[in-house]
Design a binder for this molecule. Sequence first.
Ligand SMILES: [Zn+2]
Ligand SMILES: [Zn+2]
Length: 120
Amino acid sequence: MEVENKGSLEPLAPGRRSDRVRYYREGRVCVEPGCTTVLSIYNPSSRCAVHQRRADVIPLRRLESEEMERSCAQCGATFTTTNPRRKYCSSRCRSHAFAEREKLARRAAVAIEERERAAA
Ligand SMILES: [Zn+2]
Ligand SMILES: [Zn+2]
């Protein structure tokens, strides 16, 4: 009986844990009373997919709709948004910035054209 488990109790090398794929204990069962679903070792939850919804999905939804404070890239006004990619406080500022960028691009194109004309 002493041979059992030998070699399998070796501790993980310290500091290397984060390099490994994260997985969870094998053979876990959903904690919901009456549920016998065995959980995947990759499932970070303690509940099966059916029962997970209730307990674990809520914080995820809250994260998605979390409001953040940003300052408008055009006018500098502070605004709140749930979209992390939003850069402008309003569609007016957005189109304003877009028009400005177009103007700059056109000006740059004209400058290049003039330089080429001067060189020719
Ligand atoms: Zn379950
Ligand atoms: Zn603005």
